[in-house]
Design a protein around this ligand. Sequence first.
Ligand code: HEC
Ligand code: HEC
Length: 235
Amino acid sequence: MRRLHGLARAMAGAAVLLAFASESALAQANRQRAISHPAAATSTPRGDAEAGRQKADAERCVECHGAEGQGVTHAGASATEARVPKLAGQRPEYLLKQLRDFKSGARKDDLMLVAVRNVEETDLRDIVAWFASLPRMQGPDARTDFAAGRMLYAQGDAARGIPACVSCHGDDGGSATAAGPLVPIIGGQGSHYLEQQLLQWRSGWRRNDAAMKEAARHLSDADIKSLAGHLATQR
Ligand code: HEC
Ligand code: HEC
């Protein structure tokens, strides 16, 4: 009887262990999948680009982001205008995530909070589908070689704990497909916007992605200026 009791206890123990092991294996597999295929962790936006064109106008997105999603590029743009990113040709999954983050407060910006606060998710999907369908954002021709930024982008700086940006953002900042759809295109983006975002990541003001926050942590002001200058002219 005592032996049976002991056996039952051992079996119950083993069952608990097994359940625990299989559950944690599942959790691990899920985490792994989320890392290697972020799309699996988010839903792919399947919006209607044609409807999105009208909605972007009705919701006044184009007033700031430009009729072709190219931001405000004229010389002498005001400080607020220069803060506005280009959205043309950007990855729709990335755009949708940002809009959700602005809504929830995970990414903080007063103008964007007001802009999206009352816009329904289905409308946002259509709008991002339209911006994503436009010809990819473009900056001016490269006149200066931002050598330091170019090197840092391609190789990082292991001694200072800075990863190679290219591993996620891809050649020319076109976003490496293997890194998943949540990594934005940054080649051809406005240099002032890029600089501001890198400063925000470094200070911790923008914190809606752990890997990116880590990547920016050790950048100096000069690194940031040079990276932004380099990236703005990539295409
Ligand atoms: C009053 C001007 C203004 C309006 C209107 C506006 N935006 Fe923005 N948007 C901005 C600014 C400024 C930023 C940069 C915020 C920051 O510094 O983080 C931004 C950022 C974004 C981003 C993040 C892009 C990136 O590369 O991370 C997306 C996406 C976006 N806006 C979409 C929209 C959509 C969609 C609408 C319409 C529903 C809209 N915006 C309306 C000014 C505006
Ligand atoms: C491990 C992958 C990874 C590495 C390495 C990485 N990034 Fe990023 N980066 C991301 C992701 C993911 C995002 C989008 C985060 C989010 O959801 O807001 C991002 C966002 C950005 C943005 C904001 C773009 C926008 O439109 O707002 C900039 C600028 C940027 N990265 C520059 C860099 C630079 C410069 C480096 C190298 C020093 C770098 N990144 C290294 C993954 C990475």
